[in-house]
Write a protein that binds this ligand. Structure first.
Ligand code: SOE
Length: 395
């Protein structure tokens, strides 16, 4: 008999057993089956949550060895190498600082923090620690988006003139959804802008470049919601339901970014168009297996966007369900399709690449900080009714 592998799996502890715990656990459990790399394995050591029943449930479901309620039993456990943080935004800073102080690698949910001041401290400590640090802006890893970046970098669409982007959802248009942490400034920092806007802000930086300044408006449509602890009473919502921003990028391109979670008809529309001097690229998560590309040099009779279905030719997609049929042309390529779970698995496979190579992750805590700096500038602009320069801290 031969052992399957002599490689040791990465020992991980998870803090937070809510909705994201499912996706993170699913990804870490399945990564070994997706890559040919014997080192791409996680040992799910311990999951903790303030709600012990949730931690127990996720532990049983996904095979975490232990569960508990105290996050320090993860950050301070010598046998754990990686801390995975999926808790409300206001708790990220304290947990991260403790994890870095105890020599852990960290993957943290987005947005990195509730403001740029704490995010800056986290980014500094992350860099000083010499450990791998990653923020879970999942959509960067999506093959259609990674391909869009490659097309831009190849020069095919020429100099970028404009970025039109939004992340719009409608679920919070339901006024019976209670006043949980995402609706409070102290725990979330921002509303739709932080929760979904942070993703499209990250994608705009990823595809176009660094921000110069912003001008924004913020709206709230539902001002009160039932209290979590007593649904017969209501409390004030403190954050935005919809934020609309104009952008100037440092490279001269302009942009618009909309973030909303109470806009009827939009289910999970992460949308962008990158418009260049020679062509354009368009993407919407509501048609997530498709990338649209327009090339101005096509003959007039072919002129128009073409739809490219995801297949093994696109970065990251080769890890999934697309068989290699051995042919050489684009005709011999299948397009079985991928979804939200695969996006997280890809993010974790990128994380493993960084852990193994000890090279900085993408997106890392500096990307997380930049996003928080932009969110702060957007909030100030909306409050003061002025254009705001985005302050980029030196790290
Ligand atoms: C809820 O609005 C949510 O789950 C976000 O928190 C995620 O970041 C986004 O990917 C989908 O919607």
């Amino acid at each position: 008999m031969k052992p399957v592998t002599n490689k040791k799996p990465f020992k991980v502890g998870m803090i937070g057993a809510g909705f994201m715990a499912k996706l993170h656990s699913l990804s870490m459990n399945n990564i070994a089956g997706l890559t040919d790399d014997p080192e791409a394995r996680f040992d799910l050591m311990r999951i903790v949550d303030v709600n012990e029943a949730s931690a127990k449930k996720e532990a049983e479901r996904w095979g975490w060895k232990e569960f508990g309620t105290d996050w320090k039993t993860v950050t301070r456990d010598e046998s754990i190498e990686i801390v995975d943080i999926a808790t409300p935004n206001d708790s990220h800073c304290e947990i991260c600082l403790d994890a870095f102080a105890n020599g852990k690698h960290v993957i943290c949910e987005k947005p990195l923090s509730i403001d740029s001041k704490t995010a800056e401290l986290m980014a500094r400590k992350a860099v000083e620690s010499g450990k791998i640090h990653m923020v879970n802006f999942t959509y960067r890893a999506w093959p259609a988006i990674a391909q869009a970046k490659k097309i831009i970098e190849s020069g095919a669409i020429g100099q970028i003139r404009h970025f039109e982007g939004h992340f719009l959802q409608d679920h919070n248009n339901d006024p019976t959804i209670p006043l949980h942490w995402r609706f409070k400034k102290s725990s979330a920092g921002a509303g739709a802008l932080g929760d979904v806007g942070s993703h499209i802000i990250d994608l705009s930086r990823f595809l176009v470049g660094e921000f110069d300044s912003v001008s924004a408006t913020m709206q709230r449509f539902i001002n009160e919601r039932p209290l979590v602890e007593d649904r017969s009473r209501k409390g004030a919502v403190e954050v935005d339901d919809f934020t609309n921003s104009l952008i100037k990028f440092q490279n001269g391109a302009t942009g618009t970014i909309k973030a909303g979670w109470a806009l009827p008809g939009y289910k999970n529309d992460v949308f962008f168009a990158v418009i260049g001097e020679k062509g354009s690229i368009r993407f919407s998560w509501e048609r997530s297996n498709e990338l649209q590309y327009f090339d101005s040099s096509d003959p007039a009779y072919l002129s128009g966007y073409r739809s490219i279905l995801l297949g093994r030719a696109h970065p990251g997609a080769e890890l999934f369900w697309f068989p290699d049929l051995g042919g050489e042309s684009s005709v011999g390529v299948t397009a079985q399709g991928m979804g939200y779970g695969e996006a997280f698995a890809l993010t974790f496979s990128h994380f493993v690449d960084s852990l193994k190579s000890e090279k900085s992750a993408s997106p890392n805590f500096i990307d997380g900080l930049r996003c928080c700096e932009i969110i702060d500038a957007i909030k100030t602009s909306a409050a003061e009714g002025t254009w705001q320069q985005v302050h980029l801290a030196e790290i």
